[in-house]
Design a protein around this ligand. Structure first.
Ligand code: G3I
Length: 386
């Protein structure tokens, strides 16, 4: 349930024109009630510490939640047939208590899946051989069936497969290498069997790239041809302020294209990185970020410019960027059932630690002290302008 008193307390700290009107709504998701669900992700740390102030802020502002790590394979099934439900159950219990839409994230991904899943368990050598196709499909069926069935009554939206495409091609993950491209249709089939009424989503990043869109639509065609239904495409939407990429126009084109092909469009992981791009500093392979303390003082000033505070002009720019993407989401609200932010307060964002560890980023709507930012009020303004 939303707490109007708490919401008003939060909103009164804002400073835009929207502030006066903001008093009329209990939280952001109320403002978008007629348009789409507004969600956020919940971190393990929040669940582990039962961070009451953050949980009540989430309940007040959002009406959908995604677990950012608690429902990934390594969290739910750390060893073969050994399931750990504690955090996921807490997540579901929280969602239930506040009558929120719960999103299951994610059933099949190449990351955060124990290496042993892909290995032949009978081979006890230090580097066991890969599992056979049949073994791996069996494990996938068992995992998806067990997890989807357990939360059948509560979780009605699943990110079934995450990031199967890289650029314009299939990512050569263990899933792909062992099972072949059919792994995607099997994953959707197993999820559909376990909960025929669930909304099943294919989720990916960088989907504003037309080549990636082509490859995703090919993948979805394959699944459709096999007789399995995919309901939606998840556009992650990890955006950048520095170069304005991807442009609002590209985001809009992607939404329109996926919708035209018959898919609901979910904005699944929205955030806006305000720091300089720094991909060149990631050590590869394996993908390993450096810590900001490993750089020289002048590099630190350039790479982590807002460590002490977030300057007003940049905060304004962030507000502009959020307002422009929410304008697009509103224009296409008939195609978009949900917009989810990848976190609530800046302090919990993965962007503080990627692609460099230990920077101070400001990608979300609530600041490091969990107070609503200018961007929050700009987004609220978009909802109330319509
Ligand atoms: O919990 C451990 C902690 O005990 C340890 O001391 C610390 C040392 O690095 O690591 C902590 O684990 C980190 C975990 O997040 C919890 O914060 C992992 O290193 C870190 O890799 C992990 O990152 C997650 C990332 O997925 C990994 O793939 C992020 O939290 C999570 O937000 C992010 O989410 C993904 C989506 O699932 C898919 N789309 C992209 C998105 C962003 O990468």
């Amino acid at each position: 349930m939303h707490s109007t008193a708490a919401a008003t307390g939060a909103l009164l700290t804002g400073c835009s024109l929207a502030t006066k009107r903001a008093r009329l709504v209990a939280g952001l998701s109320d403002a978008f009630q007629k348009d789409f669900r507004l969600g956020t992700s919940v971190k393990n740390h929040t669940l582990d510490t039962t961070d009451a102030p953050l949980l009540s802020l989430i309940a007040q502002e959002f009406n959908a939640i995604t677990a950012d790590n608690a429902m990934k394979w390594d969290a739910l099934q750390p060893a073969l047939k050994v399931f750990n439900w504690q955090r996921a159950d807490q997540f579901v219990e929280f969602g239930r208590r506040h009558d929120m839409r719960m999103v299951g994230h994610v059933l099949v991904w190449h990351k955060q899946t124990p290496e042993r899943v892909f290995r032949n368990h009978l081979d006890e050598s230090d580097t066991p051989a890969f599992a056979s196709r049949t073994q791996l499909l069996g494990r996938m069926e068992d995992h998806i069936g067990t997890v989807v069935d357990r939360y059948r009554a509560d979780i009605t939206e699943w990110d079934v497969v995450n990031e199967a495409i890289e650029g314009g091609k299939w990512l050569k993950s263990h899933w792909y290498n062992i099972i072949g491209p059919e792994y995607v249709q099997y994953a959707f089939q197993f999820a559909r069997d376990a909960n025929p009424n669930a909304t099943l989503i294919y989720n990916d990043y960088g989907v504003t790239n037309p080549k990636k869109q082509d490859a995703i639509l090919d993948l979805l065609k394959r699944v459709k041809k096999s007789g399995v239904k995919v309901d939606g495409v998840g556009m992650q939407c990890h955006l950048s302020l520095e170069d304005g990429y991807p442009s609002t126009k590209m985001i809009e084109q992607a939404i329109v294209r996926f919708a035209r092909e018959g898919y609901q469009v979910f904005i699944t992981e929205l955030d806006v990185d305000v720091l300089p791009r720094a991909w060149q500093h990631v050590r590869q392979p394996p993908l390993q970020p450096l810590h900001i303390d490993e750089f020289t003082a002048s590099e630190i000033r350039a790479l982590d410019p807002y460590a002490a505070n977030f300057p007003d002009p940049v905060s304004e720019q962030l507000g502009d960027r959020y307002a422009s993407v929410f304008d697009v989401f509103m224009r296409h609200a008939d195609k978009i059932p949900r917009v989810t932010l990848w976190g609530t307060s800046d302090s919990e964002s993965w962007k503080n630690n990627w692609p460099i560890l230990g920077r101070t980023n400001y990608p979300l709507l609530f600041d490091h002290a969990r107070k609503p930012k200018k961007a929050y009020f700009r987004v609220l303004d978009v909802a109330q302008r319509q």
